[in-house]
Design a protein around this ligand. Structure first.
Ligand code: ATR
Length: 279
C-alpha cells in the first residue's frame, strides 16, 4: 500500500515541501505520496486520527500548529521539548512521536558552510524560528546576542532556552546595533523582514554598514532567495547563506526519521529550487 505523508499548516499558501519530498520518495523508489493538506486549528484532531488509523504515516507541521500539536502526541524528543515546537510527526507502532528537525537543519547549514563554532553571533528575531536557531547556536557553543523589535520576547526565549548562558538581548532599533552586527562573526536572521508577502518585504533588518568580508550572514527567509539583507551582505563581501537549504535540510531530516533511509539531498534541493522558481 502507498504510504501517505503530508505537510499541514494554516494557511498553507504555496508550499514547496510536496515537490522536494516527493522527489526523494521517487528517487529511492519508495511507494509513498506526499501532499499539502491545509488544516485549520479545529481540524488538527482529524489529522492525528489519520495518523493513528494508518491513513497517514507522517506529517510535517508548519505555522501555526508547531506548538499546538504537541498536546495531541504521545511523546516528543528532547529537542522538541526544549524548543516547545514540533515540525515532524511520525506514526510509530507505539504512538505518535514529535520531533523538531529545524534545530539540526540550522546546525547542518552552518557545518556545511564551514562556519567555525564558538564564535560571536547576532541572532535577529525571537519567534518560533528564533527558538530553533537559539538551541542550534547554543549547541555549537556560540556566544549569542538576541536582537528583536520587542525586547521582552528576546528576554523570554533566553529565559526559556538558555537561562544560564549569560546571552544578552537588545532592541533591534538600538543605536548600537550597527557596531554590534559589525563585530559579529555570524548573523542569523529569523525575523520576517525581507520576506515576500511579509510585513516589510523590501527592507533589511540591518543597515549596509553592518557587514564586512569575513562574516557569515544566514537568512532563514527563502522567498525571495536573495533578501535585501543578503544582497547588502553580499555587496560587502560577506558569505551569504539563504533559507532554501535549511528548508530542504529540515525536510530531509524528517524523511530520514520516517523512512530510515539516507535522504537524497541534492535531488531534494534541485526539486525545491525548481518548485520555488515556478511559484
Ligand atoms: P516565526 O515562527 O517564523 O519565527 P513569528 O513567531 O511570528 O514567526 O516571529 C516573527 C519574528 O519577526 C519576531 O521576532 C518578530 O518580532 P516581535 O517579537 O517584535 O513581534 C519579527 N518581526 C515581524 N515583523 C517585524 C517588523 N515589521 N519589524 C521587526 N521585526 C518584525
Amino acid at each position: 500500500m502507498t504510504d501517505r505523508y503530508a505537510v499541514i499548516g494554516y494557511p498553507l499558501g504555496h508550499t514547496i515541501s510536496p515537490a522536494f519530498q516527493q522527489a526523494a520518495f521517487d528517487h529511492l523508489n519508495i511507494d509513498a505520496c506526499y501532499e499539502a493538506i491545509e488544516t485549520p486549528p479545529d481540524q488538527i484532531g482529524q489529522r492525528l486520527d489519520d495518523l493513528r488509523s494508518g491513513r497517514l504515516s507522517g506529517l510535517n507541521v508548519t505555522i501555526p500548529h508547531k506548538t499546538g500539536i504537541v498536546a495531541g502526541l504521545d511523546r516528543v524528543t528532547d529537542t522538541a521539548r526544549l524548543t516547545g515546537a514540533v515540525n515532524t510527526v511520525t506514526a510509530t507502532h507505539d504512538g505518535l512521536e514529535g520531533d523538531n528537525t529545524d534545530v539540526a537543519a540550522i546546525q547542518e547549514v552552518l557545518r556545511r558552510a564551514n562556519v567555525p563554532t564558538g564564535i560571536d553571533c547576532l541572532l535577529l528575531g525571537a519567534g518560533g524560528a528564533a527558538r530553533a536557531a537559539l538551541v542550534a547556536l547554543s549547541r555549537r557553543g556560540d556566544r549569542v546576542t538576541i536582537a528583536n523589535r520587542t525586547t521582552s520576547n528576546a528576554q523570554q526565549i533566553v529565559r526559556d532556552l538558555a537561562p544560564d548562558s549569560g546571552f544578552n538581548t537588545i532592541a533591534l532599533d538600538s543605536p548600537s546595533m550597527t557596531a554590534l552586527a559589525h563585530n559579529s562573526r555570524l548573523i542569523v536572521n529569523t525575523t520576517s523582514i525581507g520576506m515576500h508577502g511579509g510585513p516589510a518585504p523590501d527592507r533589511s533588518p540591518l543597515p549596509d554598514e553592518a557587514f564586512h568580508a569575513g562574516q557569515t550572514v544566514f537568512d532563514i527567509v527563502y522567498r525571495p532567495t536573495t533578501t535585501p539583507l543578503l544582497a547588502a551582505a553580499a555587496r560587502a563581501g560577506a558569505t551569504c547563506l539563504g533559507g532554501l537549504e535549511m528548508l530542504i535540510l529540515q525536510g530531509a531530516h524528517s524523511f530520514q526519521i520516517w523512512t530510515g533511509r539516507k535522504p537524497p539531498f541534492n535531488v531534494m534541493l534541485a526539486a525545491g529550487r525548481q518548485a520555488l522558481e515556478a511559484s
